[in-house]
Design a protein around this ligand. Sequence first.
Ligand SMILES: NC(=O)c1ccc[n+]([C@@H]2O[C@H](COP(=O)([O-])OP(=O)(O)OC[C@H]3O[C@@H](n4cnc5c(N)ncnc54)[C@H](OP(=O)(O)O)[C@@H]3O)[C@@H](O)[C@H]2O)c1
Length: 331
Amino acid sequence: MGKNVQVKMGPLSVSPMGFGTWAWGNQLLWGYQESMDAELQRTFNLAVENGINLFDTADSYGTGRLNGQSEKLLGKFIREFPGKRAPDDIVIATKFAAYPWRLTAGQFVKACKGSLERLQIEKMGIGQLHWSTANYAPPQELALWNGLVAMYEQGLVRAVGVSNYGPKQLLKVHDYLKARGVPLCSAQVQFSLLSIGDEQMEIKNICDSLGIRLIAYSPLGLGMLTGKYTPSNLPLGPRALLFKQILPGLEPLLISLREIAQRRRKTLPQVAINWCICKGTIPIPGVKTVKQAEENLGALGWRLSSDELLQIEYAAKESPRQMIQNIFQTR
Ligand SMILES: NC(=O)c1ccc[n+]([C@@H]2O[C@H](COP(=O)([O-])OP(=O)(O)OC[C@H]3O[C@@H](n4cnc5c(N)ncnc54)[C@H](OP(=O)(O)O)[C@@H]3O)[C@@H](O)[C@H]2O)c1
């Protein structure tokens, strides 16, 4: 498989892996500082030069006064892309937060215009609902769906998608949008060797049957599947609390990943990301440095064998503690 063979996602053609930008502006969880911008820009440039054309962001990314920073940085990096200009086929997939004050379709259209403004682009690649309100504010849900319809009809987005929708709610939104003449192009959920389970596969099957692409977020388990963290070497910040609980139970999986990585002359993140691709999803690992982007690019251009997939999945099931589900994930 060639590295740069693109895959179809609704009307779009995207690289088999995108990059996630949650960390770009997030001080609380990811320790972002503005002094990192030059490195992030080099990271973006390297990705694009190597055929990555899908970048995931959100209007809520960026903490405190840095709210919207991830979109702003992406916009700046596109504008300042070295050489003539950035390729036309870059797909920015943003997500609109279901804030409690966004109660009408018009407010989601306004949110979309706000994202376009921060990105300084005319049309969004994919406009995604960040989460469903079905669990806690069911009446708001219709405004979310109508918001997607309106931004699509007004030509503000090339395609629409959802995120953190479970199987039941995914079917509902798909059917609603279809009736309104709007195709649902993608469903983004937590999907990795750390969140493997029946629900994950059920969502994948629904996506396959409806022609929806599954975008796999946190494919490296927030960093736990890179092998660089141990119970005695934890990241700074709130991730440490989570990692402390999960890492001790991850030994079987990490051993298996290491074994396969060594045999294949790959690295752990490359194997973990490749697993997502082999399962038919488009992973969007988060990257903070040129080095991480370079390494993650090595997840492309090869495939784990079916025996290796079985071996890793067996080891994943042997590992007792899994990632916690996003609180907004619906049934
Ligand atoms: N829809 C949603 O609700 C939702 C939720 C979560 C994420 N997402 C999206 O999915 C993207 C990816 O998920 P994520 O950022 O949560 O987690 P992830 O991709 O599982 O992990 C990313 C983190 O792992 C570390 N890392 C990445 N590549 C590495 C490498 N080659 N070697 C060593 N360390 C490496 C980096 O952090 P350190 O260097 O600090 O360890 C990086 O920020 C996000 O950026 C976001 O766009 C969406």
